[in-house]
Design a protein around this ligand. Structure first.
Ligand code: CP
Ligand code: NVA
Length: 351
């Protein structure tokens, strides 16, 4: 680890476009090398140990500090740490002293004294900022009120892996073998509640050459602290924001949504269900709005039917399950880079 600066990751806005690309390439390499190892080869075959990737976490422990529920992020983190040769210890809200008998400052120092990394899912974003301020080991944001960086890395890996869906046959045929497929500039529509997952898209997709078109009810917009980061990175020039879902999906190659009721907003359920009427992602909406006829659908999950109907969610346009699988490969890349190597710069090679 750097002697001067602990490499925390609060949002993808903390990384340059090059660092994000390197992490994606690295995820792709890890996946290519590890996936055959994880697949059963038949009961009599010996395991293909030589296919195993780097073991950067051997002897290392990652603390998973989760004050909210999780299926994908927790599972991805535990399997990633294990696959890299280390271990993850899950510390749920009711397991530890944090927030009840002990301050964030003291907890950060103690947890950081016994582990090599903290992966934290918190309520208010200020909680993870404080954790990072006092932690002697790198803190990665596993979701906060403002950001969800690991989700957007998985989304990007999924889009790159499906680059052929957006390209001509000649382009696909000329693609370099064994490297992460290049993605042409896309029009990415987001319809629904502008929350943490969208915020990380806002500071990332425009820097990678993509346009964003968003629709949300007028009273739902990004908080100033998020929009300041968007402007700082000059991403706002590539973002169109409207109240009209049809306008947002116009020309869209990809349509994305998230839950209308994020964790912690349960008391607002009734109001939110009213406010988001008309924002459900459906075939009819995208046809009427003039989306690219070959548009694809993404969702971070968990999903409710009012956000997207079954026809789209379970249909051939949907990338939601490859997207969920990619949580693990991208978190492996991050854990190896940040907790294993102690930097934010993913190396180009799986060593
Ligand atoms: N997408 C996502 O973060 O899911 P979990 O809440 O299950 O981790
Ligand atoms: N916006 C959602 C994302 C869940 C992965 C939430 O914060 O609950």
């Amino acid at each position: 680890m750097s002697a001067t600066k602990v490499p925390h990751l609060m949002t993808l806005a903390d990384l340059s476009a090059k660092q994000i690309r390197n992490l994606l390439n690295h995820s792709h390499q890890i996946k290519a090398k590890t996936l055959p190892f994880l697949k059963p080869r038949g009961t009599t075959d010996p395991p293909v140990l030589e296919g195993r990737p780097t073991r950067y976490l051997v002897g290392k422990t990652v603390a998973l500090l989760f004050s909210k529920r999780s299926t994908r992020t927790r599972l991805a983190a535990e399997t990633a740490a294990h696959s890299l040769g280390g271990q993850a210890i899950f510390l749920g809200r009711d397991d530890i002293q944090l927030g009840v008998n002990e301050s964030v400052r003291d907890s950060a120092r103690v947890i950081g004294g016994m582990t090599q990394g903290i992966f934290a899912r918190v309520g208010d974003h200020s909680e993870i900022e404080e954790l990072a301020k006092y932690s002697p080991v790198p803190v990665i944001n596993a979701l906060s009120s403002y950001w969800h960086p690991t989700q957007v890395l998985a989304d990007l890996l999924t889009l790159h892996e499906h680059a052929h869906e957006f390209e001509s046959a000649e382009k696909v045929a000329s693609a370099k073998k064994n490297s992460l497929p290049e993605l042409r500039p896309l029009t990415i529509a987001y319809v629904g509640d502008p929350a943490n997952v969208l915020h990380d898209m806002l500071v990332t997709y425009p820097r990678l050459g993509h346009q964003m078109r968003i629709a949300s009810p007028p009273q739902y917009r990004a908080p100033d602290a998020v929009w300041d980061r968007v402007k700082e990175l000059e991403c706002d020039k590539s973002i169109m924001w409207s109240d009209d879902p049809r306008e947002a999906v116009h020309g869209a190659d990809v349509v994305i949504t998230d839950t209308w009721i994020s964790m912690g907003q349960e008391a607002q359920k009734e109001q939110r269900l009213k406010d988001f009427q008309g924002y459900q992602v459906t075939e009819a909406l995208c046809r009427e709005g003039g989306a690219n006829p070959n548009w694809k659908f993404m969702h971070c999950l968990p999903r409710k039917e009012h956000e997207v109907d079954d026809e789209v969610f379970y249909g051939p346009r949907s990338l939601v399950f490859p997207e969920a699988d990619n949580r693990m490969w991208t978190i492996m890349s991050l854990f190896e880079t940040i907790y294993g190597r102690g930097t934010l710069d993913a190396s180009e090679k799986v060593g």
